[in-house]
Design a protein around this ligand. Structure first.
Ligand code: FMN
Length: 351
């Protein structure tokens, strides 16, 4: 989690770079372009317009730095502005072979699209930022020391994390029940996949965000769990359809209403949207979300991504053998992440 103050100072950096960089460009573009071997623009006024607009982006970034809370909307404008600049740069770089100097400017803008985006999420959901750093928000009601964990796991990553949550809670005096959500279509939601076709079908369903049918959960409306933990994996930058199905059945609402809840996400690397979705569903069902955590697969990109794709195709890790040097030995959480999860659940139990 990048701290807010670093993101804020990053805005100051781009404010200076955009403003003074473009001023400098307008003043000394001729000797600079001669030095780098860039041909002088034919329509000079287009060049000055572009530099002026980019200078304005610097002014905008300064206002964000000056008062991030008040100027959240400017982050959105900055994302659009820098996004368009970088898209155009890459397009012209690929199809019209523009000079590498402009590619540097495009890359700079892409980096700041990401920085602005992360900062916007943090500013829009300060609670989320605090909870992701491990903080627990105040709970409601009496503590019965009984918890329910609801989850679904296709490849076993979520199941392993649920085991550690359960262990952490139980060693701290909790009674824990778990319910695994079960899809109706067992043939499709089954790993290793029966065929590449099943993998493609599941992928398409996830991309199109099609609802999944699940077996009835029969969650009681009257219960004495003081904590509900819900675990989901990411499927195409959102929560999985199987876990989401819980919130598509109004009969499940009373189980969550007024109860303390915690959202846990496991994924290869993209957790922000699935976490936000899960939290929103919990809140919409009347839960009091007191904490959330997200854990990503072991390894580095792009190896993690290729390892996962190969894992889905071959049904086991480190395949194909000739690519082993590039692939991760496992497509799941690291031991240290699982340890961290157990520590977190002890913290939940002692809240
Ligand atoms: C259809 C599908 C789509 C996925 N999409 C993403 C994704 O967009 N981002 C990501 O980080 N992980 C993605 N994953 C990876 C899973 O989130 C990850 O493997 C997770 O650990 C699986 O947990 P499980 O074994 O408990 O089901 C996807 C997995 C599947 C099967």
């Amino acid at each position: 989690m990048i701290k807010g103050k670093y993101l804020r100072y990053a805005c100051l950096v781009t404010a200076f770079v955009n403003a003074f960089g473009n001023l400098g460009l307008m003043l000394i573009y001729r000797p600079l372009f001669d030095l780098l071997g860039i041909s002088v623009p034919i329509d000079l006024h287009y060049f000055y317009w572009m530099a002026g607009l980019s200078f304005t982006n610097g002014v905008l970034a300064y206002y964000i730095f000056d008062n991030p809370e008040e100027n959240r909307t400017l982050l959105k404008v900055g994302i659009v502005g820098k996004g368009i600049f970088s898209l155009m740069t890459f397009y012209f770089c690929i199809f019209h072979g523009i000079h590498w100097f402009f590619l540097i400017l495009g890359l700079w803008d892409v980096i700041f699209v990401l920085i602005f985006w992360i900062y916007l999420i943090q500013l829009q959901a300060p609670d989320l930022t605090r909870m992701n750093s491990g903080e627990l928000l105040p709970g409601r009601g009496h503590i019965s020391r009984k918890a329910m964990i609801l989850y679904y796991s296709l490849t076993g990553t979520g199941a392993a994390s649920v085991e550690r949550i359960q262990k952490g809670l139980e060693t701290t005096g909790y009674n824990v029940d778990t319910i695994q959500v079960r899809p109706v279509d067992k043939k499709l939601f089954h790993f290793p996949f029966d065929s590449v076709l099943s993998f493609i079908s599941l992928t398409l369903l996830a991309i199109l965000r099609r609802k999944a049918r699940v077996e009835p959960l029969n969650l009681p409306s009257d219960h004495d769990y003081d904590l509900i933990i819900i675990e989901s994996q990411t499927w195409f930058v959102g929560m999985s359809a199987i876990v989401e199905a819980i919130f598509q059945n109004e009969n499940n609402r009373p189980f969550f209403q007024g109860r303390d809840a915690v959202a846990i996400i496991v994924c290869r690397g993209l957790w922000r949207r699935s976490q936000a979705m899960l939290m929103r569903h919990l809140e919409e069902f009347g839960s009091n979300v007191i904490g959330t955590q997200a854990y990503t697969h072991v390894g580095w990109e792009p190896s993690r991504l290729f390892s996962l794709a190969a894992y889905f195709i071959y049904g086991k890790t480190e395949q194909p053998v000739w690519l082993k040097w590039f692939l991760q030995p496992r497509c799941s959480l690291s031991d240290s992440s699982l340890d961290a999860l157990e520590v977190y659940s002890k913290k939940l139990a002692n809240r």
